[in-house]
Design a protein around this ligand. Structure first.
Ligand code: GTP
Ligand code: MG
Length: 388
């Protein structure tokens, strides 16, 4: 909970909240920053203000750039069941992985900074497609340039593929990269809870929809924090375990959690394999580290499965009555989906005319088994829906 904020700073914060343009917001925020005392209790706030300021600077710059050039967009439109963004330092082997997983045409080169624009390709595996995007290399100290674009694209990804060169201090590099990405508001550790603040004039007051637990306070404390920041009308949604700090963070913008996979490259050139174990110990159970070398990138099937699992998605194969084999294309559904969810996903009429389904799966005592609408599906099940 913010303490010891002088009234003139509070007033400045209100001015900031009301400011319309990014330029104006940045100016007010700078003034606010100069007015708050700096000590342990305000550390969090300081961090957020700095982040918000850099976001605003970024917005202003982009806006100017857009005005000047009307070239092709550097954003990548999402396709397929999920998007994997390959992020890392220059020469780490991002293009090598992209071209191993997809048919994308990309330049692989021992020279640094070969990929300065996003390149995308489709990774096809049994029944599904995952879009793989290589983004320009990260330069941690960079102010702007392709690094910012990469951070934006990473923030938009479903999964991050962190590419690390095993010859270049991978554990240290990993930590540096994580710190950098997190400073940009992308969280790599699964949060225990989630806070979403939706400001709206339509909200009569502050409405808290609490589906979780507030560890170190109560709803009155939350209202106090929001009131402090001049938020009087909003819906606050809480899931899982959250702290009052999390609420304060959410005022400054929701942090985006991204699951990630590590690709450790060039192990064929590595003499001492200890650094691989070192890295694996460091990341613990947080992510999967995949060791790759020029002809040893994991199969698309394996990797696709890992990614879908990480995202809580399953692949279901459907069969129609007159076909002997299921369709080659899978239906991608959230984990825990039922037969009727599948029917809805295929077509509305399927769910309306649903009678029963036949399921083929190894876990069943026999296949096909006749099941009702609430039967819970699992990854790789084959289903035939029988309608009226
Ligand atoms: N021996 C070996 N060489 C690799 C491996 N992975 C990548 N390389 C080489 O490392 C160099 C850089 O690889 P790229 O895939 O171009 O790296 P990048 O991350 O895309 O680099 P930029 O786009 O230039 O930032 C190339 O010469 C690759 O052939 C590997 O596992 N083993
Ligand atoms: Mg490249």
């Amino acid at each position: 909970m913010p303490t010891n904020i002088p009234p003139e700073a509070q007033a400045k914060w209100e001015e900031y909240s009301k400011a319309k343009t990014p330029e104006e917001k940045l100016q007010k925020l700078k003034e606010f920053y100069s007015l708050i005392p700096k000590h342990k209790g305000t550390e969090k706030m300081e961090k957020f203000i700095k982040r918000r300021m850099s976001e605003l600077r970024e917005q202003i710059k982009k806006h100017k750039l857009n005005k000047k050039t009307k070239g092709p967009s550097l954003m990548v439109e999402k396709r397929g069941a999920a998007q994997l963004v390959l992020i890392g330092y220059t020469n780490s082997g991002r293009s090598t992985i992209l071209s191993a997983l997809t048919n994308a045409r990309v330049g692989i080169s021992p020279n640094p900074f070969s990929t300065l624009r996003p390149v995308e390709g489709m990774m096809e595996f049994r029944g599904a497609q995952i879009q793989v995007v290589e983004v320009p290399p990260i330069i941690p100290k960079a102010q702007g340039g392709p690094t910012n674009l990469s951070v934006t694209l990473a923030g938009n990804a479903d999964v991050l593929g962190i590419v690390l060169d095993s010859l270049d201090n991978p554990t240290w590099r990993f930590e540096e990269l994580v710190k950098f990405i997190e400073s940009k508001g992308i969280l790599l550790e699964r949060p225990r809870g989630k806070v979403r603040i939706k400001r709206s004039k339509a909200a009569p007051t502050i409405i808290i929809i609490n589906k979780g637990r507030i560890i170190d306070g109560n709803e009155k404390d939350i209202k106090g924090i929001l009131h402090f920041y001049g938020i009087e009308r909003a819906w606050i949604e809480i899931e899982g375990y959250v702290t009052l700090d999390d609420i304060e963070e959410a005022v400054f913008g929701e942090k985006k959690y991204k699951p990630f996979i590590i690709f450790l490259t060039k192990v064929d050139l590595l003499n001492d394999k200890a650094s691989i174990e070192n890295l694996k110990n460091k990341i613990g159970g947080k992510a999967l580290a995949i060791v790759t070398h020029p002809d040893g990138i994991p199969s698309r099937d394996e990797l696709g499965d890992i990614i879908l699992k990480e995202l809580g998605l399953i692949r279901i194969f459907t069969k129609s009555k007159n076909e002997k084999y299921p369709s080659e294309k899978a239906v991608i559904l959230p984990h825990g989906s039922t037969v009727i969810d599948l029917a809805k996903a295929i077509h509305k009429s399927f769910s309306e005319r649903f009678r029963y389904a036949k399921v083929w799966a190894r876990r069943l005592p026999y296949s096909p088994m006749k099941v009702g609408p609430d039967f819970i599906l699992e990854n790789m099940d084959t289903v035939e829906i029988v309608v009226r």
